[in-house]
Design a protein around this ligand. Structure first.
Ligand SMILES: Nc1ncnc2c1ncn2[C@@H]1O[C@H](COP(=O)(O)OP(=O)(O)OP(=O)(O)O)[C@@H](O)[C@H]1O
Ligand SMILES: [Mg+2]
Length: 147
């Protein structure tokens, strides 16, 4: 009986890794877990490093810009083009006031560099975000065969 799973490492079977992030040490932990997770994917080392940066930026945004923190979820997903690594950030508010300008490079509500989202967008193939006062959901993907 042929296996339904593609020939791949464990991460590509698609079990999600969920990391709770509230304070700064959680963001550092998210970075470590992401590094471990990404090592088990088909991504080249440089691409792995870039996605660790993506996780770090999203996690630090949970620490700095949310009321109660949130979660970062890492998962390998099957897509039409093949496989992708998906990184999601979920939180329960307060949401992003001016979404359009917040996504622009150099825009920060706390006097930061405001380069977080710009960096994230540059390093992924797919970026989607929805935000209301009830919470923000960000989902990004990077194809595993691009590097
Ligand atoms: N999860 C979030 N919830 C609410 N607001 C957010 C969230 N993530 C980002 N923001 C808002 O979007 C703005 C832009 O985020 P971005 O990461 O680009 O910059 P920054 O965090 O202010 O600075 P930097 O990341 O360069 O240190 C933030 O200043 C903040 O107002
Ligand atoms: Mg940021």
């Amino acid at each position: 009986m042929p296996s339904l799973q593609p020939e791949s490492s464990d991460a590509e079977i698609g079990v999600p890794v969920v990391i709770k992030v509230h304070a700064k040490p959680d963001a550092q932990q998210a970075r470590r877990i992401a590094r471990e997770f990404l090592r088990s994917t088909r991504l080249k080392v440089r691409a792995q490093d870039e996605l660790v940066l993506v996780v770090a930026e999203l996690a630090m945004n949970l620490v700095r810009h949310t009321t109660d923190g949130g979660t970062i979820t890492l998962q390998s997903v099957a897509i039409e083009e093949g496989f992708a690594v998906q990184i999601e950030s979920h939180d329960a508010g307060p949401g992003i006031d001016n979404l359009e300008s917040s996504l622009r490079d150099g825009t920060s509500s706390i006097g930061g560099l405001g380069g977080g989202f710009a960096t994230v967008k540059n390093l992924v193939d797919d970026f989607s975000i929805s935000s209301t006062p009830g919470g923000t959901h960000i989902s990004v993907r990077r194809w595993t065969d691009r590097s």
